[in-house]
Ligand binder design. Sequence first.
Ligand code: TXA
Ligand code: MG
Length: 339
Amino acid sequence: MKIIDLTKNNSRTQDRLLPAVDAIKNGNLVVIPTETVYGLAADCFNISAVNKIFLVKNRPYSDPLIVHISNLRQLHQVVKYIPENAKKIIKVFWPGAVSLVLYKKSSVPDIVTAGLKTVCIRMPENEVTRKFIELCGTPLAVPSANIFSRVSATDISHIIKDFDGVKEIKYVIYTGRPKYGIESTVIDCTSYPFRVLRYGAVDIEEIKKKCKVEIIEQKRIFQKKSPGMFKKHYAPIKPTYVSFNITKYIKTVTKEELNNVTIVCSKKTKDKLREILKDGSSVITYGNTLKEIAKNLYLCLRLAEEMDTKKIVVEATKMSGLGKTIMDRLLKASEGKIV
Ligand code: TXA
Ligand code: MG
């Protein structure tokens, strides 16, 4: 696994991407950047290459992949038909962190879509990602670059931790920490009205308002509306809990218990806790605004699982806007366990 580091020197980007392009053309895997989280890419038309994704991630075949494209010509290569309302979303939000589920063409192999008649598509905002797909000359099947059910990767250290030494992955294209840090929003465009399948980096309200399209939201976060929606997901290796009131939680536990907890919370909450907490308590701050929290959440969860403590308690956010996305991830990471 060689690293193509584009964070320091942006010159000759195209030339530096070419060995990774060859790796895709030869049926191997490449870790690619996106504006949401890092992805593990294969040529979406090459069944044995796509199969490698499932093997190295330990991902069940029942969990469909998102096909990433660099232009609209590639969209027509993989989907049968684009409803007018989907065209409106595409016009405003592509390239961007919105993925659309549409009816697939038969050219898309079943392994990509878990045997469904539909395929999920997105055109990433990160320019290096689009350049790479364009150079590959084919749409790419790209799940998040992490071991199945674990925390997604938003830093080079996460990719190395999960995949170092995996021979199927030839390159990591690194462009630094992703702008959003949380996965794309997924919308099912095969039902009428459209439905949200996964809250993501782009707020549903913004999509509804800007495109004047009706999109139904799921009432319960755990409702199983699509394959790949698992109860436990985005989960650290240590037991994880959500707290709606960290100060109250800390007052209810013993000192010994507290020594075995890593707390992940806002800067504001950490400042409040300073009085109560003794030195030595592990507190990681994920920022203050919802945008900061979304961007730092996976980094903080990965840090927390490496700490010398037994469990993780994460402060809940409000449930509106990006907060819906953050709480979706937190409730899955914790399997709904609240303290
Ligand atoms: O931001 C993202 O979308 C990232 C980056 C790498 O682009 N990718 C990502 O992929 O999050 P992944 O594999 O971790 O999540 C894909 C999810 C599936 O678990 C499923 O929920 C949904 O997308 N999905 C894919 N194809 C679908 C389909 N045909 N019907 C319904 N849901 C689908
Ligand atoms: Mg994932």
